[in-house]
Design a protein around this ligand. Sequence first.
Ligand code: PLP
Length: 274
Amino acid sequence: MSFDKETANELVPSLQEVTENYYKIKSLLKKTPVISWEGELKDKILGSDAEIFIKLELLQYAGSFKPRGGLTVSQVLSQDEKKNGLVTVSAGNHGISLAYIAKKIGAKATVCLPASANPFRLQKIRELGAETIICEDVHKAFEKAESLKQEKGMFFFHPFEGYGMTLGHGSLALELVEQIPSGFDQIVISVGGGGLCSGVAAGLKQHPLTVGTKIIAVEPEGADALHQSLKVDKTVRLDSRWREIQNLMLTGYYLSPYKISVVSYLRHAGYTPT
Ligand SMILES: Cc1ncc(COP(=O)(O)O)c(C=O)c1O
C-alpha cells in the first residue's frame, strides 16, 4: 500500500488501512509484551477489582513506540527524498527512532534538538549515526529543521504530525486487540503532539472489539493544547510560557491541525479527552 503524503493529510485512516499497514510493517516491529499489574500498591490506588494491563512499548526497537509511525512514513519515501537526507526535531525518542530507521534504509538523518534534551537520548542518536544539531530551544529547533528542508531539500520527518504517523501508530491498537481479545474498558495514553493518541484511537474506535473502549488522553499540566483544541474544535496553540514542557515532549505550541481533526472526528465515536 502507498499513500499520497500531501492529500492523505485530510483523511482519518480507516480500520482497513490501519490493518493493511500493520501487516506491512509487522515484521519490522517487536510485538511488545503486555503485563498485568498486580499487588498491594495497585489495590490501594485503584482497588482490588481493577484489572490493569501495561504495554511495555519501551521494549520496542529504538526504545519507544515511535518506529511504528516512522517506519510507515519511511516506506513511501522516494529515492530522491532518501538521497537528500531526512531532518527532524526531537526531544529524544523520535530522534532515536529516525536515526534507527535512517540507518536501516541507508539515508542520512539530521536531528535538531533543544539544548535541554536528555543526554542519554542524545548519545543514542549519535551512536546510531545521525547528525545532531543542538538548538537553544524547541522553537529554534523547528526553525533550523525548516531551513535545512528549504536550503538542502531534506525531507522533514515530522515528529508526530500526518497521516503516515497516525496510520503507523494504529498498529499498537491492533496489537493490543490481539493481546487482550476480551477487550478493555479504558486506555490511558500520554499526549505530546498527539500522534500516538490519534493512531491508537483510530485503531481502537473503529475496531468492533474495542469500539466501546474509553480513551483517556493525558497531557502535561499547563500544556493541554489537545484538550483546549477539542473544546473549540480547532487548533489552539498555547503560548511559550511552558517551554520546559515543550522541550520535553514537543507539546502545547506544536499541536497540529491534522491531529486535531483526527481526534475531533474520533471524539464523535466516543473518544474522551481528559
Ligand atoms: C515515551 C513517549 N510517550 C508519549 C509521547 C507522546 O507522543 P505524541 O507526540 O505522538 O503525542 C512521546 C513523545 O515524544 C514519548 O516519547
